[in-house]
Design a protein around this ligand. Structure first.
Ligand code: PGA
Length: 250
């Protein structure tokens, strides 16, 4: 069985609990994290015997007068293991590196594990080498700003996972297409180097952006790519079945 790591991010879907439970049942596999909307977390948890439960966001305060916010401790107390932080769809709605940094620091204190998303907006120009250099520079800055003052030691390697998601590759965006797996693997090994030189840690780094059962292994076959963050395909029963099957076979 493959040791690659898969995160299913349902975003603001599905619209019924029945459908959510069905998707959870299909996704229930070792090395998988299922991230439903907050309202389904407790019910989905009951379905997961092998997969872990993740939330799609978290607030940074442990409760108080913050209408609409969900604290790290609330999530921890209902059995959530992971939280996605810094997704580009949240950044677009106002999450800054500073907010993201607070979310990470406080979630780590509460012993939630973090899936931190980073990724550049666009790769412009015709010179591929330059495009990749710019993308690397961008993700390096985003990464270091998000992790400012985060104290992590060798024993924390399991607590933080990075998801490299070039924003233009995320299926919800206009003209989205998956990245060239070789380019992603290059950027991912760069991210690993940055983390190692800043923190001395070897972290898992995933690829995200228009991943399907048809292309997932083009990414996962690279040693540097430790797994995938899957959005829209995680809502299609057939796709989930196929991805899980691939995980068990490889
Ligand atoms: P996608 O989403 O797989 O639909 O491109 C990935 C993501 O936004 O995390």
């Amino acid at each position: 069985m493959s040791s690659k790591f898969i995160v299913f991010n349902w975003k603001s879907n599905p619209q019924t609990l029945t459908k959510a439970l069905k998707l959870a049942e299909l996704a229930d596999h070792k090395n998988v994290v299922v991230c439903p909307p907050f309202v389904y977390l407790s019910k989905v948890k009951e379905k997961l015997l092998n997969a872990d439960l993740g939330a799609q966001d978290v607030f940074w305060k442990e409760g108080g007068s913050y209408t609409g916010q969900i604290s790290p401790l609330m999530l921890k107390n209902i059995g959530v293991k992971y939280v996605i932080v810094g997704h580009s769809e949240k950044r677009r709605l106002g999450d800054t590196n500073e907010f993201i940094n607070k979310k990470i620091n406080n979630s780590l204190k509460t012993k939630l594990k973090i899936i931190l998303c980073i990724g550049e907006q666009l790769r412009r120009g015709n010179n591929k080498k330059r495009q990749l250099e710019k993308a690397k520079n961008f993700v390096k800055n985003q990464l270091l700003a998000s992790l400012r003052n985060v104290s992590l030691t060798k024993k924390d390697e399991e607590k933080l996972i990075i998801a490299y998601e070039p924003v233009w590759a995320i299926s919800a965006n206009k003209d989205a297409k998956p990245d060239n797996p070789q380019d992603s693997s290059q950027i991912i090994s760069f991210i690993k180097k940055v983390i190692f030189s800043a923190f001395g840690l070897k972290l898992k780094v995933l690829y995200g952006g228009s991943v399907t059962s048809g292309n997932i292994w083009n990414f996962l076959k690279y040693n540097e790519i430790d797994g995938a963050l899957v959005g829209s395909a995680s809502l299609k029963e057939n796709e989930v079945k196929k991805i899980i099957k691939l995980l068990s076979k490889k």
